[in-house]
Every structure is written in structure tokens, then in C-alpha cells.
Design a protein around this ligand. Sequence first.
Ligand code: ZN
Ligand code: ZN
Length: 379
Amino acid sequence: MLNIILLIIISWPVRSGTFHISLFNEHTIQAIVVSVDKGSYRLTAGGQCAGNYAENDILYISMHGDSLLIRNQTGRIGIFADASFDENEQFSVFSIRPADPPTDRSFYYGSLDVGVEFGRLRMINRVDEHNYLAGVVEAEAGNGWSPVFYKVQAIISRTYLYANINRHSDEGFHLCDDVHCQVYKGRLTGNEAIYEAVSLTAGKVIVTGDNTLITAAYHSNCGGQTVNSEDAWLVHRPYLRSVSDPFCLHGRNAAWQTGIDAGEWSEYLAGMGFVPDQVRPDMQKFAFRQDKRRAFYTVGNVTIPLRTLRSDWGLRSAWFDIQVENPSGRLLITGRGYGHGVGLCQEGAMQMAASGYNFIDILQFYYTGVKIKRIEELF
Ligand SMILES: [Zn+2]
Ligand SMILES: [Zn+2]
């Protein structure tokens, strides 16, 4: 088994430019409608050529036990173990609309392999690096940002791609299309600025001093200070250091506020081992201040990592103060930033770009001691 896995890893095209992405990976889809949006495709079913498909032609693919039942507009094509939908010319685009359960239609460049696995359709998009990365940047960053910011995101996504190329190798593909890897929904709006940013940064990745690809973590807004990786995830990375960030302070996600009932808070703390003073319960004990980011909240006899409070209470960040509002004990939580706070702060990076910094300045500001290299230089 190990040999087979190793063989797959070695024989897979890491640099030839085609990547295998598992689509709708977190969904149990039983039937899809595939159509040609642009260009043309060749259908191969059960190893045999099963026709060519041009713009607006449609295929219906559904599960039939462990096989695929494939139909087109004119009728049934047959039942097959697997099928491939290969582009006849570059830049062809197909779409998939899951029919069972029904979901929105998505558009993809490249080719498609379909099979049945674990009681669901397995769909693998074979796509070149350029179109894959543009899709990821569109899905992860959205539209309306500057060319420099898109370059930053393109380099981050490329670094992630190569650093995690073997993440799903035992399942027969490179990356999945969900948050487990990087969100990829194919071609969304086809934003030209994003495709151009991917081209202009071709091959560029972020590495440490000894040429290791970094974990290019990022988040929405750090609130003015990013977080050491070990304070958020227990993993120390020399390039994921806390930096003071003046650029995101006026960002959309710079500040937030919420309220928590002090009774619920007290109960929660009791669950963590907190012993309240029975004689004179003092809600003021719950007050807390972080002028700079801290890693822990201490009250009475308990100390809780702030990352735990953030996830248990669904808070937007782990950087917050607690004020006790009145004697009845409502807690006012005032926080800064949005996200885990590790690595690059997106709203800060956008502001840096708007202030004239280039993508190397921005990446080196948020990732301590890194270099930008071409992927070819690492092999
Ligand atoms: Zn994944
Ligand atoms: Zn920031």
C-alpha cells in the first residue's frame, strides 16, 4: 500500500501544471447536470469514446448503484463505471449543476472525471495552475480590490497549493475545493484583474530562509496586532510572529462589540473549574483588559486560553476586553479584528496596497523573515 501511495506521489504532475481538485468534496451528491458553456468536450465513458459535445449541449449523470447512468438530450447513453469529459481546445468551460440535492451551478475550466465512491458522485476537475489559482483568489478574496492585493493573494494561494500538494494523495487527488484546503468554486465572475495578478506573479511562492514553503496563513483583520502561531494553534512557526499593524485600524472588521449574560458566563466558567465566592459573588471579577494581545484569561482559580473562549462563544476574535455593565451583571465584550489573527491581515494588506507598497513589501511585513522565490528554484 505504501508503495502504491509513494508511486502516486512521485508520478503525479507537480510541476507539469495540471492539478486534480475534488469538487463538491464536502457534499453527498447523487446526480448532476453537466453542460458545455464554451468550447467543446469529448465524453469517454467506461473507456470508450461516447461522443463530442459543443456549446449548450447537456449531460445528465446520476448514480446507478456503484455505476453511473449517463443520458444526454436525446436519450440514454448507458451505464458505466466512470466517465471523463475532456476539453478539445484550451479555455473551454463546462458547468456542473448538482441536481440531487439541488445546488447552484458552477463553471470550470479544464476537464472532469466522474465516478462513484462512498455512496456519492466523485468529481475531479483537472485544471491548470493559472485557472485554479484565479478561482481560489476569486472565492477567497472576492471582487473590487487592487491589483497589488490580488498579487498578494495569488502568491499566498500558490504557496498553499505547492505546500499541500500531497494532502489528499491517498484519495487520488491533489486538493479538495472546500475550506479544508482552499475554497475553489471554479470561475465565478471571471474578474480580469485576478487572472492578470495570477499571470504577473507566475511561479512566485513564499519560502523561509532555507527555502521551505511556508504555511501562508491569513485572516480578515488583526485589529492592530497579529498573533504568534503558537498562541492560536500551539504550533510555532518562525515566520508567523506577532507584528504591530497600523494599516488595518480603520478597516471594516477593525472593531466589534457583543453582550453576554453574566450568569451564563459564570456557569461556563464553573464548567471550566471556576469556584465562585459563595458569600459575596463579585461580577467585577469577570472584567478583563488587553491593551496588547494576551494569550490567556485568568479569573479566580482558572486560566483559559483566549482561543478557547473565542471558539466556545463564537467571538469574532480573541482580542477583546470585558466590562461588567451593571449590577445585574451584563457583560459588554468589546473586541478588535476578525479571525484568528495569524499571518497576513487582509484589510491591512489592502490598505498597504492602497498606500503604494508592493506585494513583496506586504508579504514581508506580515510573514517575518521570508523570501519570494520561483517554484522552479526549489526543486
Ligand atoms: Zn482538502
Ligand atoms: Zn491588521
